[in-house]
Design a protein around this ligand. Sequence first.
Ligand SMILES: [Zn+2]
Length: 406
Amino acid sequence: MAPLVKPSLRRGWRDLNTVQFGMTPAHALTLGPMDTATGSFLDLLNGTRGMELLREEGRRMDLPDGHVDALVRRLAGAGLLDDAKGGGPAGDTLRRKKEVLDRLRPDLASLSLTTSEPGEAMSRLTARRSLRVQVRGAGRVGSMIASLLSAAGVGDVDVRDVGRVEPWDVAPGGLPAETVGDRRDEAARRTARRCAPDRPPRRGPHSPPGEEATGHSLVIIAPRDDVAVHAPSPSAAEPLVASGTPHLYAGVVEGTGVVGPLVLPGETGCAGCLNEGRTDRDPAWPRLVAQWRSGSRRAREVRPCDLTLATTVAGLAAAHALTFLDGRVPSSAGARWEVSLPGLTWHARPVWAHPACSCGATEKGEGEHPSEEGERHETMAEQRPSKELRRRADAERLAGTWRAHV
Ligand SMILES: [Zn+2]
């Protein structure tokens, strides 16, 4: 192990014996009491020395016996320590491919903020390479999501759609202008592959392991059709629910961008639950949806899709997808994040598990909720990590460390 105080967190002294790691309330911590000698020793924990060498340096600086080990343990317990040699054999392989790692350095540094064990950030980053994700829909939003996930290191990004690229599908970060007239799905797959920092992984006969029927860790549903964004079809998602495949909805409808829900089949509300909940609140909902759908089949006109809104939705959807793929549950599980032009205030609308839906989420989830709660809005600023995550983070911290008040 080559201990490294996470460089992602900027360090500052709050007073003579309290160090603050990090600037923002989401990830900042204070550590104290800490004497000046120990404080200057922190500079040596930069990933270039192993434990033996660090103990030697400690003796040279007249730090008491065992002090270095205790400090390293304390930092690790507070989630402030990384291992410059961590991440196992996959980490070693990535470190040997310098040009690939250089592309992903900011992402690795960011992962160090949301992981606690030394070396865990590298493990998460390299794990992305073995993941398979499918994006359904290759318009402005879908093609950009595919490119973003591929650029973030997801090894296999498949894109499904029909037809050929139209001039209005083109977007920076998505389909380039020279693909107009090409097959949409092929063009989007090719574009995503070009964004990847590394060559695609080779697939063995048994890989990828531990996945469900569709073989994908996550399916992202990003329809070009605005009715499908607003009123996702429960029957289209049935095979995904039946096979237990997690899926995430994203898209633009009129002047509104939508990210979510992330459906964890049998655990969180799905498209069927969403539809049932809306019908409870508005008896005219099924009649309207039927009209919109039949209009959508007839109409040939170009639908509204603001370029910057599509980019925003693609970015946030890819971030929610990555959070899930990295092993955490983002706030889109059981909720739709919505943002509308021109005010651009984000709201989360809960998607409760519905007892009339066959997905079974009510049995596992919190059950039925009163309808007035269904109308409850939550702005992004009010979002806090779940109690469970907070408890875990608190348990990981040793005595003498606490969350900074910044
Ligand atoms: Zn459901």
